[in-house]
Design a protein around this ligand. Structure first.
Ligand code: PLP
Length: 409
């Protein structure tokens, strides 16, 4: 008799709770004929925030040139556009040969870690984090060591904690800026201090900057995003970004990686990365043709972000509504697409935040994500996407408020 097929032991420690038991349950509720308000995934087009025409045209107009494999690193015109983009923003020495395209930043995260880690190697990852980072470190056989981000300080990384957690086994430092789930945009001082830790210990810097253009500034209170690579030309920095968020084309699965700094010091590692790029042949070619048009059309999101713009209004409205719920507080996100709300444990005695959001889903048909799903150690946060129109966010806030009223101490 043959035994049941089981997943690899390696996967037992890998989690990606944004989609998981909660989403499975949401599908069951939908299959039973109910509508679920799903505020769990940062997918702009799903909420009518569509990719600019120019980005779509980039793909459509080249569809007949896209039948064959491309260079494993990606087509030259896209790599040139990425190189020009970073050069124009103060990152020195990134030519088209130092750019690699991917099927989303997700693929690049997995590849960069698979190429780097042996069992026992450590990677410094923020807590909370976008959980693919922790998951991909573990998938690659490494250990994710979480450094603290300080909610009292607008969720800026606690650099002393980062420095204290470096060991001889530490290989890399992950910086997610603007941050998912917190919406923090890191100050220049914080970035310089983080980069200094990487410099002192010879760490590879992995900079996930997928929200680098989604910033909620105003003329009197500008929010500036600084590229880690521009601040540390002497370090090997892998900067990642793509079309999913800034350009609202998550379904194109198109992204890039720019390798800056003293690449000769990382030659062997970069050979390994190229091997992995070759093994997946190339990224989806039609979507690569949207990269140059996206970077040429970079500012198309600005009207959505500035005061009066749709994303800005939605962020402000959802923030107001959540902060008005007794015992709920939420740091104002300065970038990205999420509210990361804290539940005061003196008001809500929660021990299991995943169970809490499952109960919320069952009771109110509202899907959000629990904070521990982002590797936060305490079960007292939840993340809500603010991509939906104001009426939907209002309805979601009503549902959450009603549910939490029954959970108060
Ligand atoms: N990095 C961060 C911080 C994200 O929030 C996401 C998606 O939500 C990704 C990477 C993956 O993006 P994609 O694979 O669509 O490029």
């Amino acid at each position: 008799m043959s035994s049941a097929l089981r997943q690899a032991d390696r996967l037992r420690t890998v989690r990606y709770d944004i989609r998981g038991p909660l989403l499975r349950r949401a599908r069951e509720i939908e299959a039973a004929g109910h509508e679920v308000v799903k505020l769990n995934i940062g997918n702009p087009a799903a909420w009518g925030l569509q990719a600019p025409d120019a980005v779509v045209r980039g793909l459509v107009e080249h569809i007949n040139d896209a039948e064959g494999y491309s260079d494993a690193r990606g087509i030259l015109s896209a790599r040139e556009a990425v190189s020009d983009y970073y050069t124009g923003r103060g990152v020195v020495g990134v030519g088209p040969d130092h750019v690699m395209l991917g099927n989303g930043v997700s693929e690049l995260i997995v590849m960069t870690l698979q190429a780097l880690l042996d069992p026992g190697d450590q990677v410094l990852v923020p807590s909370p984090d976008y959980p693919l980072w922790t998951g991909a470190v573990r998938l690659s056989g490494g250990t994710a060591v979480h450094y603290r981000c300080d909610e009292e300080d607008g969720w800026q990384p606690d650099v002393a904690d980062v420095a204290a957690k470096v060991t001889p086994a530490t290989k890399a430092l992950v910086i997610i800026n603007p941050n998912n789930p917190t919406g923090a945009v890191y100050s220049r001082e914080t970035l310089l201090a983080l980069l200094d830790v990487a410099r002192q210990h010879g760490l590879l810097v992995l900079a996930d900057e997928i929200y680098d253009h989604i910033l909620f500034g105003s003329p009197d209170a500008p929010v500036v995003h600084e590229h880690a690579a521009a601040l540390a030309p002497d370090l090997v920095v892998l900067t990642m970004c793509g079309l999913s968020k800034n350009h609202r084309a998550a379904g194109f699965r198109s992204a890039w990686l720019a390798i800056s700094g003293p690449r000769e010091r990382a030659a062997d590692y970069l050979d390994g990365l190229e091997l992995l790029a070759n093994m997946r042949m190339c990224p989806n070619v039609p979507a690569q043709h949207a990269v140059a048009s996206a970077l040429a059309d970079r500012a198309s999101i600005d009207p959505l972000l500035s005061p009066g713009g749709r994303l800005r209004e939605q962020r402000d409205h959802a923030l107001r509504r959540l902060n008005a719920i007794p015992g709920v507080s939420c740091v104002e996100p300065r970038g990205a697409l999420y509210l990361f709300a804290r539940l005061d444990r003196a008001v809500y005695p929660v021990d299991d935040d995943e169970a809490l959001v499952m109960d919320l889903l069952n009771a109110e048909h509202l899907l959000v994500t629990h904070g521990t799903g982002f590797n936060l150690p305490t079960p007292d946060h939840l993340r809500m996407v603010f991509l939906a129109p104001v009426e939907v966010l209002d309805d979601a806030a009503d549902r959450l408020e009603r549910f939490l009223a029954g959970r108060r101490r």
